[in-house]
Design a binder for this molecule. Sequence first.
Ligand code: ADP
Ligand code: G3P
Length: 494
Amino acid sequence: MTDTVIVSIDQGTTSSRTLVFSPGGDILFTAQQEFPQIYPQDGWVEHDPEAIWNSTLSTMRDAVAFTKKNKQRVLGIGITNQRETTIVWDRKTGKPIYNAIVWQDRRTAQTCRDLGGKYDVRTLSAKTGLILDPYFSATKIAWILDNVKGARKRAEAGELAFGTVDSFLIWRLTGGAVHATDATNASRTNIFNIHSQSWDTELLSLFDVPASVLPDVKDCADNYGMTDKAITGVNAPILGVAGDQQAAAIGQACFTSGSVKSTYGTGCFVILNTGETCVSSTAKLLSTVAYRLNGQTTYALEGSIFVAGAAIQWLRDGLRIIEHSSESENLIESLPGNQGVYMVPAFTGLGAPHWDPDARGAIFGLTRDTGRAHFVRAAVESVVYQTSDLLGAMASDGAKLTSLRVDGGMTHNKWMVQYLANVLDLPIERPMIVETTALGVAFLVGLQCGLYKDLDAISKQWNRKDAFTPSMDTHERKSRLTEWHGYVQKVLSQ
Ligand SMILES: Nc1ncnc2c1ncn2[C@@H]1O[C@H](COP(=O)(O)OP(=O)(O)O)[C@@H](O)[C@H]1O
Ligand SMILES: O=P(O)(O)OC[C@H](O)CO
C-alpha cells in the first residue's frame, strides 16, 4: 500500500465525491453522496448549501478514515466543483443567507436582457470572454443581495461573502480562515477580467456587486490554507483548485494548444486548449481560463450544453420510466433505430451556440408505438447532436480537430460514445480513469507539492482505455443532423 496519497473533493451538480489517489494517479478509494435538487419555479434551480457541505464533509471523512486505516499520509487536498453556482454567506457565522443558485438557473434572464439594452455587451465579452447570460454568477449574486431582506446593506458593510462552491468549501474546510477561489472559477462570474486576471471595477458596478463580497483569486496550484482537523479529521494543505470542466481538461492532459475534451455529466462541456492566446469566438463559444500556473494563464474555448446526463436523470426521477441510468444502453440497443423520435432537452433554455434562456424542451415524432426505449434513445441522441453543434462552432472558429477525449458519468454508456464518434465523424478516446475532474485537481496538488516536475510529467500519466472509430455513412449522418436542426429551430424563442 502507498504511504503518501492525494485526496480530491469533486463537488458536482448532482453528487459530492471524495477520492483518494496514489502518487501514480490510481484511484484507491471513492465515496459518493447524491443530494436533492430544488426546483422552486419554472427555470429556477437551487441547492441547499448545507446539503452540499454535509455530503462533501461526509465523503471526505470516509476518505480520511480510509487513509488512516491504511496509515497513509495526505500530501494535499484538491477541490473541483460545479462552476458558476453562487452562494452568499455571513462571514461571522459561515451560514448562507439563501440557497445556492445553481448554474442552470434562469431567473435572471430578464435582468440580462435589461442590462444588454443599456451596455455594450462586446465590451463585456472582450473583458470576460463570456456573454451576458443568467448562467454566470454576477446576476445571481445581485439577485440574492436584492431579494434577501437587508442583504445589500450587510454586503456593503463587509458582513457577507460571495463564493462559487470551491470558495464556500475552502471557507468551511479551513474553519473560516480563508476566503479564496482560483482563476478558472473566477473566470465564470462575468465580473472577472481574464486578461488582467483581476475583478473588474466597471463590471462590478454594472452588475451591482460590491467588491467587499469577493474572494482572493489564486493560481490553480497554490496554497489555499490547511483543513481544520476538528472538522475534517485531518490537518492537510489544500493545494489544488479548479472548476470541474477545467479540472477534467487537466485530468485528460489537454495541455497543448488544439487538444480538446468533452465531459458528460449533468451538462456537457467541450474545452479546447488555445494556449497563451485568448481566442475570441465568432460562433458564440466562450473564451475562458483553462488553468493558471505560476501566474501564467493558459486559455481555452468552451462550448457549454446545459442538459446531458440531466435528461437521463429526468427520465429516471421525473418520468420514472427507468430505474437506473445504466439501463439506458440496453433499452437503446433494443431498437433498430430512432424511428423518427427526437428530443430537444431545453429544460433550462439552450446554451452554446444558441444562448436562448427562454427556449423550452420538446419531444417530436411520437406515434402510437413510441415506448420508453424511444424516449431514452432520443435523450441520449440529443446529447450527441448538441456536441456536434459545438464542434461545428469550434470548426468555424478555425479549430481543426483530429480526435476527442471524453469522460464523465454518461460515457459509461458505450453506445453513446460510439454514436458520438459516428455523428461527429471523429475518433474518440476514453481514458482509463473517467473520474478526470478529481484526477485533474489531484495532478494540481501533485504539481504544487513537487510530486510532478511539470505538465509533461502529468501527460505521461494519461492512459487510453479504448478508442471508438466512426462508422456511419455520410448520408445517414447528414439526414439525422438535418432533422435535429429542424426541431431545434422549433423550440427557439425567436
Ligand atoms: N450508462 C449511462 N447512460 C446514460 N447516462 C448515464 C449513465 N450513467 C450515468 N449517466 C448520467 O451521468 C450523470 C452523472 O454523471 P456525473 O459525471 O457523475 O455528473 P455530475 O458531476 O454532473 O453530478 C447523470 O446525469 C446520469 O444520468
Ligand atoms: O456538475 P457538472 O459536472 O455537470 O458540471 C457543471 C458545470 O461546471 C457547470 O458549468
